[in-house]
Write a protein that binds this ligand. Structure first.
Ligand code: A2R
Length: 318
């Protein structure tokens, strides 16, 4: 008999085909009464496929006594309690690396869209302003600007490399200095004070919760722009909205929010804000690569007792 797999959230048809070929797939979205279902089927589930947003809620993990592996479609796995998983011997995997380029591209797109007022100027043409009121006001350039990157890992490093073609002066803040040519800043507030753009690209979770707080936002200041492609939790969203309303922050480009799929309505009318619905990795090409890796990890686990990309907390588990 094939191992039982619980699918939390969606999966592409390509992922479904592969999962159906190797597992007995149960979709959480089709289960009306989870507790009753779990009493009857919980013991048969050995694998979970989920995503960075849905993760695995504690009651679900607890209801699956024979769970052996959780495969996360995404690099961020802060919605999965890895301590609990580890203590039960459950392997957790994610999809690092394959999304670096597209997440970096969206970060840079948000920088360009805010600096060049893309949304305002698109409206300028469509609304007839161009013909009726004349040229749109000037915008600003990202060429040769100072950019501070909060989190210089796989994706942050890719953002930095791509920004070199714009002549940007790059500094970064992480807990540990990296062996790179960019300027290390051990103090986030001081880095924010120095730069024109602050790009957040750390993992979510407790350690980074509201790292970008009022003090950091005020240090970035009325001429500064915040770009967030990390997690909504990394920025104090209430303080961000206040700072934008009060003109204490110049602009923001945001792909992630505290309470997704909701973004603060106060941002909707602001012309100096560009919003995207957590789509940094959402290209056909990258999502295919993420889907393939998500399923590969599951199949390898049952065939070889090994996975390709464990989360760091489970790296020594097989
Ligand atoms: O702190 P370090 O030296 O471990 O550097 C990591 C940094 N980081 C932090 N920086 C400042 N304060 C913290 N509390 C903190 N925690 C982590 O974030 C490292 O440079 C970076 C994370 O890099 P990677 O682990 O390679 O992650 P990757 O693939 O770049 O993805 C980052 C995040 C995902 O977790 C999703 O939330 C999002 O991008 O898509």
């Amino acid at each position: 008999m094939q191992p039982g797999l619980l699918l939390i959230g969606g999966a592409t048809p390509r992922m479904m085909d592969k999962m159906n070929a190797h597992f007995e797939v149960h979709q959480l979205s089709e289960i009306t009464d989870f507790n009753t279902w779990a009493t009857e089927n919980g013991e048969t589930i050995e694998a979970v496929a989920t995503n960075g947003h849905d993760g695995v809620k504690p009651d679900i993990m607890a209801a699956l006594p024979n769970l052996k592996v959780i495969s996360c479609y995404g690099v961020g796995y802060d919605a999965i309690n890895t301590d609990t998983a580890r203590s039960r011997g459950i392997m957790v995997t994610h999809t690092p690396g394959v999304l670096n380029a597209d997440v970096a591209n969206l970060a840079i797109l948000l920088m360009l869209a805010t600096s060049r007022c893309l949304v305002r100027d698109d409206k300028w043409v469509r609304s007839g302003n161009w013909a009726n009121r004349g040229n749109a006001p000037l915008t600003t350039s990202i060429e040769n600007k100072k950019v501070g990157i909060l989190g210089l890992g796989r994706i942050g490093g890719e953002i930095a490399r791509k920004l070199e073609v714009f002549g940007c002066d790059i500094s970064y803040h992480t807990r540990n200095a990296k062996d790179v040519a960019y300027t290390y800043r051990d103090n986030l507030v001081e880095m924010a004070r120095e730069v024109d753009y602050l790009v957040a690209i750390t993992p979510g979770g407790e350690a980074t919760n509201k790292l970008v707080n009022r003090e950091v936002i005020d240090a970035l200041g009325p001429e500064g722009t915040l770009i967030n492609v990390a997690r909504g939790s990394v920025v104090d969203e209430q303080e961000l909205v206040l700072a934008l309303q009060e003109g204490r922050l110049g602009a923001a480009g945001l792909d992630v929010f505290e309470n997704e799929p909701h973004a603060p309505e106060a941002l909707f009318e602001m012309e100096n804000v560009v919003l995207t619905p957590h789509t940094a990795s959402a290209t056909v090409e990258t999502r295919q690569a993420m889907g393939d890796l998500t399923v590969e990890n599951l199949i390898r686990f049952f065939k070889e007792g090994k996975v390709s990309t464990p989360v760091p907390e489970c790296a020594d588990m097989g």
